[in-house]
Ligand binder design. Structure first.
Ligand SMILES: [Ca+2]
Ligand SMILES: [Ca+2]
Length: 262
């Protein structure tokens, strides 16, 4: 073989290795079960949502199920829960698989699942605590933007309802509209002793920890009674608006409603 041919062959081999290496290296997160998009440990009442396009040009590859490229998500359950997984917000015919920690398929859906009315896939299933994977892809070889959402129900709803029913029976004869400010401490699910924060004990600061503040606020929310109750924003909204504005413990500054003194 002439030296020039050897040189050409070496170049071709080098380019082939380089191309293959780049292809593997350029696979996006979510292309394989070993490198899934992490949804983390699902939080009760909080929806995880992510949109990715499984078009072949985006580098997700076809490992499982339909002929289209797969997008892998990983999530964990801290305890047993009913998990809702949906593609409802996607704009084309999708398909979905739910895998256990070993990668075995434990559920799948094409159309008309429990959460979506059309060609978008969805699954609603009770699962034990542990790690799972969701595969989002298109039916057959369809591709496009797929919005995958994961959620578990708010954990405290049932407890609050039971508590509210019992309190409602106790105070059924109370004329709630006459309760000043719509707050009655006797009906509250007290998560802290409010007397510790009534201002009668003078201290050099009214600083409370994040956990104490949550306990105070949630106690006040649960003291709501009647139809003249103030509008309490959800705790997560309070968190997002308040704590990034919180000063040195002198007061809590709210973006929309002025200062809240406690
Ligand atoms: Ca596939
Ligand atoms: Ca479908």
């Amino acid at each position: 073989m002439k030296p020039i041919f050897k040189f050409k062959i070496a170049i071709i081999i080098f380019l082939a290795i380089l191309f293959t290496g780049l292809k593997v290296w350029s696979q996006p997160v979510g292309a394989t079960i070993s490198n899934p998009i992490q949804a983390g440990t699902l939080t009760p009442g909080i929806t995880f949502s992510d949109t990715k396009n499984n078009s072949p040009s985006n580098g997700f590859i076809n490992n499982i199920g339909q002929a289209s490229d797969d997008i892998y998500y990983g999530f964990t359950l801290a305890s047993n829960a009913e998990v809702s997984i949906s593609h409802c917000a996607s704009g084309f015919d999708t398909y979905m698989y739910l895998l256990n920690a070993s990668g075995s398929i434990i559920a799948s859906n094409d159309d008309l699942g429990p959460l979506c009315s059309g060609l978008q896939a969805s699954i609603k299933i009770s699962l034990a605590a542990g790690a799972y994977y969701v595969v989002s892809e298109g039916y057959s070889n369809n591709s496009g933007a797929i919005t995958t959402t994961l959620s578990i129900p708010a954990a405290s709803t049932e407890v609050i309802n039971v508590f509210a029913q019992q309190v409602g029976q106790v105070f059924s004869s109370l004329e709630t509209s006459r309760v000043p400010f719509g707050l009655l401490r006797d009906v509250a699910m007290e998560q802290t002793n409010l007397d510790n924060y009534n201002g009668t004990v003078l201290v050099d600061s009214n600083f409370v920890s994040n956990a104490e503040w949550h306990a105070i606020y949630q106690t006040l929310v649960s003291a709501s009674i009647g139809n003249n109750t103030p509008d309490f924003p959800e705790m997560k909204l309070i968190d997002s608006l308040c704590f990034n504005e919180r000063g040195s413990g002198i007061r809590i500054k709210r973006k929309s409603w002025g200062d809240l003194k406690i």
